[in-house]
Design a protein around this ligand. Structure first.
Ligand code: DX5
Ligand code: ZN
Length: 218
């Protein structure tokens, strides 16, 4: 049987003047999660939105909210994102010294905890965190913008994580973020992903539902 792979469309590529419609497009396409890219203008160059937006989207959909915090000092904002109704909160290993503590804060608050690494950070930076996380988000572009090209070397990290998962009997899910589209999805699946984020490929498609169907089932 083919493995069921989840799609998490990124609202970053939706029309910010009509986010509600973007959520409808995600729901109509049968996507599993909603990916929300929070950027602070410091960890990454752009600024997007914060917990108020997550709260507004929470009132609009029952789909799991996969909140990707591309922010410095995430520990100062975990309570707000928990209160906003996030299902998954993913922090960047590069943005925090006490990642273990922040992951614990997320889990104590009742959400699932994720950790992400940028392309220049090796999987070995996560070794001590893997037993504590529910999700590992591998960035396949340098975070900050949608519509970039996937860096194929990053997919080796997905293979490494799958090996570690087996060796250590761990249960975290593996997601990838950046540059996933019709020409890269097969390589991503071969590497062993559980979830993929798609921004421009999804919202830029003439028919996002058909695109979702293709990307998930190809
Ligand atoms: C990049 C973001 C991504 C982005 C993906 O910094 O984390 O989630 O929206 O966009 P695409 O799919 O267009 O590469
Ligand atoms: Zn993201």
């Amino acid at each position: 049987m083919k493995k069921m792979i989840k799609l998490a469309p990124s609202v970053l590529a939706a029309d910010f003047a009509n986010v509600s419609e973007g959520i409808s497009i995600i729901e109509d396409a049968g996507a599993e999660w909603v990916h929300l890219d929070v950027m602070d203008g410091s960890f990454v160059p752009e600024i997007t939105f914060g917990s108020q937006m997550v709260k507004a989207i929470r009132s609009r959909t029952d789909l799991p909210l996969d909140v990707h915090l591309m922010i410095e000092k995430p520990e100062n904002h975990i309570d707000a994102f928990l209160a906003a109704g996030s299902d998954f909160i993913t922090i960047h290993a590069e943005a925090v010294v006490h990642a273990n503590r922040v992951i614990q804060m997320i889990k104590d608050g009742g959400a699932k905890a994720g950790v992400s690494i940028v392309p220049s950070t090796p999987v070995s930076a996560l070794t001590e965190l893997l037993p504590f996380v529910d999700l590992v988000l591998i960035m396949t572009v340098n975070p900050g913008y949608g519509g970039q090209k996937l860096i194929p070397e990053c997919l080796d990290k997905v293979r490494t994580l799958n090996t570690l998962k087996k060796e250590k009997g761990l249960a975290f899910e593996i997601s990838i973020d950046g540059g996933v589209n019709r020409s890269t999805i097969k390589a991503c699946k071969e590497a062993g992903i559980d979830v993929f984020v798609a921004g421009s490929a999804f919202f830029g498609a003439e028919d996002p539902s058909a695109e979702a169907e293709y990307l998930k089932n190809c």
